[in-house]
Design a binder for this molecule. Structure first.
Ligand SMILES: [Zn+2]
Length: 174
């Protein structure tokens, strides 16, 4: 950067004509009025196509971008033109929904049984055994372990009582 040209800290403020927020300062001796809104790649491209100078904001100063300064990093802004906003980055995406509650792990087969009940609805011990290729005894043991962990329950009042999975958010900590 040339020492003999003055660069000043930019000051944010309203444009005197259109009142939109601009950054005012001097970049290497040249007075600058830049849009305060940083640009994304499309915005930079549009600024260059429109013949508008672009600047990188560094330590509160505007550094004019040219071919020798392509590697500078920081927010990029462009010369302000009243009523001609440049493409801005899209709004930040909304925060992602919380992941589903983690179900404590018991065993691979217990997980298979629970997933079967979740996918197909309540089932009898024999149904679980047949559909998962387990012995009835094994299926019964797995179902009882799921019940003990709060991950499944027997539907009361139905004979024979089918088993059903308990919703993840209702399962107590292991
Ligand atoms: Zn203006």
């Amino acid at each position: 950067m040339s020492d003999h040209m003055i660069t000043t800290q930019v000051l944010p403020g309203p444009c005197r004509r259109c009142r939109s927020l601009v950054l005012t300062g001097v970049a290497e001796g040249v007075p600058v009025n830049a849009d305060a809104q940083p640009l994304d790649r499309d915005g930079v491209f549009a600024a260059l196509l429109g013949g508008r100078s672009t600047y990188v904001l560094q330590r509160g100063e505007l550094v004019r971008l040219d071919a020798t300064r392509a590697g500078l990093t920081g927010p990029v802004v462009a010369d302000h033109r009243c009523g001609e906003p440049l493409p801005a980055p899209p709004p930040a995406p909304p925060p992602r929904a919380a992941p589903p509650a983690a179900v404590p792990y018991i065993s691979r087969n217990a997980n298979r049984v629970r997933e079967h009940l979740l996918a197909h609805g309540p089932d009898l011990t024999t149904g679980v055994a047949v559909r998962l290729g387990l012995s009835v005894e094994t299926a019964e043991n797995l179902l009882r372990r799921l019940v003990a962990a709060g991950q499944a329950e027997r539907i009361a009042g139905v004979i024979p009582a089918p088993w059903r999975a308990v919703a993840a958010e209702l399962i107590p900590p292991y």
